[in-house]
Design a protein around this ligand. Structure first.
Ligand SMILES: NC(=O)c1ccc[n+]([C@@H]2O[C@H](COP(=O)([O-])OP(=O)(O)OC[C@H]3O[C@@H](n4cnc5c(N)ncnc54)[C@H](OP(=O)(O)O)[C@@H]3O)[C@@H](O)[C@H]2O)c1
Length: 234
């Protein structure tokens, strides 16, 4: 099995790599890192990329060859002192553009350049970690404008890629995945309101994700999956 995890040092991506190594001992795994190098990984081919940079994604696609699983785990919710908006009066164009850049663009660049990696005609997965707050129909609480919008746009991108690839790459299952609230740098400032038992370790979340990918095939392409296996309405 040949795997690429974009974001090998994200809390979730790092746990995914270690779980895949455990479950698939012969897996050839590629990973990417951006600002922080993952020091805890062995036997992984690591590339330094900015996932929002088209040229970096193009160069990566030239290095990795055929893939069975490609999972994009890169994401942004807050930066330095900038937190998700509580009200639209806090909306800031730079923060919005950063969310789109990190949460939306990379999956589009990946789909653009990794088509040849899936031409092998074996069942394959292209999945991106999205977030339930990107569901338009599930939006009951409001707030978090930039993150919500960037994940909703990501979801539309993935759905649209799935429709196109049903024709051109019919063996590939394209998915948006909601990991559940997971104890990572991204969720740290927002963990106090999480109900007991609902803050998952990255290892637990990685288990949900790998279990889901093992269960679904190209027949299930174009869906938004929750950690518990339920479909989330777009
Ligand atoms: N944790 C949760 O509760 C939760 C809930 C719902 C959805 N998610 C989603 O799950 C995914 C993984 O997040 P996480 O929780 O594992 O958070 P995390 O540990 O903060 O990981 C985010 C990763 O994104 C990388 N990144 C940011 N900008 C990048 C860029 N331009 N190019 C390449 N990499 C970049 C960061 O790399 P550096 O470390 O090198 O900066 C970091 O490794 C995200 O898409 C997030 O939205 C998480």
């Amino acid at each position: 099995m040949r795997v690429l995890i974009v974001g090998a040092n994200s809390g979730i991506g790092n746990a995914l790599i270690r779980l895949i190594q455990e479950r698939y001992r012969d897996a050839h795994i590629y990973g990417t890192w951006y600002q922080s190098y993952p020091t805890n990984l062995e036997g992984v081919e690591l590339a330094h990329i900015d996932a929002s940079n088209e040229l970096d994604i193009r160069a990566l696609a030239e290095q990795t060859g055929d893939l069975d699983w490609l999972i994009n785990t890169v994401g942004l919710l807050h930066i330095d002192q900038l937190r998700p908006e509580k009200t639209v009066t806090q909306f800031d164009a730079d923060f919005f553009n950063k969310n789109i850049k990190v949460n939306t663009l990379p999956s589009l660049f990946i789909a653009k350049y990794f088509r040849p990696a899936f031409k092998h005609n074996r069942p394959a997965h292209f999945a991106t970690i999205s977030a339930k707050v990107g569901s338009i129909s599930d939006n009951r609480l409001g707030g978090w404008y930039s993150y919500r919008i960037s994940k909703a746009a990501l979801n539309m991108a993935l759905k649209t890629i799935s429709v196109e690839w049903q024709r051109s790459l019919p063996q590939v299952c394209v998915s948006a995945l909601h990991p559940g609230t997971t104890d990572t740098r991204l969720s740290k400032p927002f963990q106090s309101n999480v109900p007991e038992g609902k803050l998952f370790s990255p290892q637990k979340t990685a288990g949900f994700i790998v279990d889901r990918l093992e269960k679904i095939t190209a027949e299930n392409t174009g869906n938004f999956w929750s950690w518990n296996g339920e479909k989330i309405p777009w």
